[in-house]
Design a protein around this ligand. Structure first.
Ligand SMILES: [Zn+2]
Ligand SMILES: [Zn+2]
Length: 117
């Protein structure tokens, strides 16, 4: 009886933990919020379109243009870009600057190409 109660408590704890966002999986992107990454120090931070001075549904070019060269909250360097979420490991990374690098690009977290099979 005691063992069953203990298991039930553990399961309940895990469920609560997950609901609070404590799991290792990143939560889905919220609307109007952009995940940015600093090319210098790798700091990942979130910013809203509003804080960037953009309208609610900016086109991607306007967004990239605004997002490039914003001051990083950690190192202060203006070398930030909109991050890309790796489809393999789910972690955000800075996309390659040059499209010709995409073929050989590897995710810095899982070391696999996010775009190749
Ligand atoms: Zn930085
Ligand atoms: Zn990855």
């Amino acid at each position: 009886m005691g063992a069953i109660a203990a298991v039930a408590i553990i399961v309940a704890c895990i469920l609560v933990f997950r609901q609070l966002g404590g799991s290792t999986e990143e939560p889905a992107e919220e609307a109007g919020v952009v995940t940015m990454i600093c090319r210098d120090c790798g700091e990942v931070f979130k910013i809203t379109y509003k804080d960037m001075g953009l309208e609610e549904h900016p086109d991607l070019d306007a967004l990239q243009e605004k997002a490039t060269g914003m001051a990083c909250p950690k190192c202060g360097k203006k070398n930030t870009v909109v991050s890309v979420r790796c489809p393999r490991c789910g972690k955000p990374f800075a996309p390659p600057t040059d499209t010709s690098q995409i073929r050989d690009f590897k995710c810095p977290h899982c070391k696999k190409s996010p775009w190749k099979r």
